[in-house]
Design a protein around this ligand. Sequence first.
Ligand SMILES: C[S@@+](CC[C@H](N)C(=O)[O-])C[C@H]1O[C@@H](n2cnc3c(N)ncnc32)[C@H](O)[C@@H]1O
Length: 254
Amino acid sequence: MSAATPAWGRAQLDAWDRQQAAYINRREDRFAVMLDVLAEVAPADAVIVDLACGPGSISDRALRRFPGMTCLAVDYDPVLLALGRLALAEHGERVSFRQADLWDPRWTEVLAGERPHAVLSSTALHWLPADVLTRVYRDVGEVLRPGGLLLNADHLRQPGGRPLFEELGRRDDAATQARDHAAGAQSWDEWFATIAGHPQLAPLAAERARRFAGRPANPDLSLAFHVAALRAARFREAGPVWQHLDDYVVLAQR
Ligand SMILES: C[S@@+](CC[C@H](N)C(=O)[O-])C[C@H]1O[C@@H](n2cnc3c(N)ncnc32)[C@H](O)[C@@H]1O
């Protein structure tokens, strides 16, 4: 097996992107919309937080598109943090991967006093229970600069009593997985087995299992819940800027 070099990390990040895209039909469109909003509103030298970053898909795209920006990439998974550090090594000091658990109210300490211009997140905040998500939005509101942005791309629960909308979402998910897996994308389990099987990352997989043991299932919160929580966290505007079935990009301005 090849050494865990930056080139190996980059190949695994590419495989991660293909693997994630099999679960999210318009994943690249979501990223593009988030970065289009940044292009309009954030300064060219903005500091961005990539919240629950995984191996750094948002950071990588933001750093390529905006040569003056820097990213603080925050996650609690030691395997994905290690992979992100390898895969994004080419960006040098423009990206810094930091370890924090969003369940811990002190998670903002890893920002070391930095006041970001924007906090971006994708396919991650749905794991947080309502009370933790509400507090994380408050925390983000406190660390952002005035006028700063939160952009969250995620699957959100459809409002009740809309079986057709739910069915269309299920069919779209099934068709996307069938298409991408037939084209060679790995499942999550296959992808993770490769990473966790690497001798340099295997020890971190056990620590990852320990950290996430006993965490509750996806609480399946709605767009209305997210918008209300953002408004309660004193964001002056909040709402979707993009939607594909039950997949949204939510924008909020502090
Ligand atoms: C499906 S991945 C998405 C990663 C990346 N944003 C992307 O779109 O490729 C979900 C991420 O949320 C992170 N996560 C889940 N719960 C977390 C928590 N309590 N604190 C920090 N990160 C968390 C996971 O470790 C994982 O990296």
